[in-house]
Design a protein around this ligand. Structure first.
Ligand code: HPA
Length: 270
């Protein structure tokens, strides 16, 4: 696998700036979905670097995202938290969607935790709960070949998209610390619309436990880069029969209500 020069030219300067600003780079990055970075403990934020200080990072368009890299002192580890991410439904290109993963990798980070807000399909899931992503169904069908030269004339490349040992170690830490969580399958769709009644029925028949519009392209890219990759969803609404649709404001409100749980989850996971 090789990253195309065009992609290196675009994102290496941001990685270089991060190294210059921080001196030493943490081992773990967290990509924070809607409202998730706001659940962190402000006393543990050691440094904030606005995205616009890092050349190459696209401008954000979703409200509720501040667009900052946070140096965060979690329990035993310091992590780099990216507050604000890029979605396909905003018209972003594949490399923009994955830019934070690529920059993390180029800065030397080798572990990444990707988070999102998602609709719960599993009837047991309640808004405010967290699902550790055990596996996913990719209905986004995005193609990574604009970023990597991974095309093999003899057939498919196979990558371990869900890193079992990283998943296992995070799961064990969460259990040990008594952090409540679910685990299950995440279905990734392009959006921007929420699912129809028939789509919800289909996704449930396929045994998806949650549905959302992000994360899978980033997980794939991280895995192709050989990073240890884990992901979780904050369940913000119920998509059981008919979508109980949520506005962006409501997503933020659910995140605020579960702030302590989300914070403990992240601090334990990193
Ligand atoms: N569907 C898709 N994406 C979502 C949802 C949902 O119900 N909730 C939050 N993100």
């Amino acid at each position: 696998m090789q990253i195309f020069q065009r992609i290196l030219d675009k994102y290496a300067p941001a990685a270089k700036s991060l190294i210059e600003i921080l001196g030493s780079i943490p081992g773990t990055a967290v990509i924070a979905g809607s409202g998730i970075a706001d659940t962190l403990d402000s006393n543990k934020i050691l440094l904030k670097i606005p995205y616009n200080k890092l050349s190459g990072i696209p401008e954000l368009s979703v409200q509720g995202h501040n667009g900052e890299v946070l140096l965060y002192a979690a329990e035993s580890n310091t992590a780099l938290v990216f507050s604000g991410r890029f979605h396909y439904y905003e018209g972003r290109t594949y490399d923009e969607i994955c830019s934070l993963v690529i920059i993390s990798y180029l800065a030397g980070i080798r572990k990444i935790i990707i988070s999102n807000a998602a609709g719960g399909l599993n009837p047991l899931f309640v808004p405010g709960e967290i699902m550790l992503i055990e596996d996913y169904i990719d209905f986004m069908f995005l193609d990574s070949s604009s970023v990597f030269d991974t095309i093999s004339p003899v057939g498919n490349i196979s990558y371990n998209f869900i890193n079992k040992s990283y998943f296992g170690s995070i799961r064990n830490s969460l259990i040990k610390q008594g952090v409540q969580f679910r685990q299950g399958t995440y279905a990734a769709v392009t959006g921007p619309n929420y699912e129809t009644r028939a789509e919800i029925k289909m996704l449930r028949r396929l045994k998806a436990d949650a549905v959302g519009m992000s994360t899978v392209p980033e997980m794939k890219t991280a895995a192709i880069l050989g990073m240890e990759t884990a992901a979780f969803s904050l369940i913000t609404n119920s998509a059981k029969e008919v979508i109980q649709s949520v506005s962006h404001k409501e997503v933020i409100e659910v995140a605020e209500k579960s702030a302590l749980l989300v914070r403990r989850f992240i601090e334990t996971a990193v």
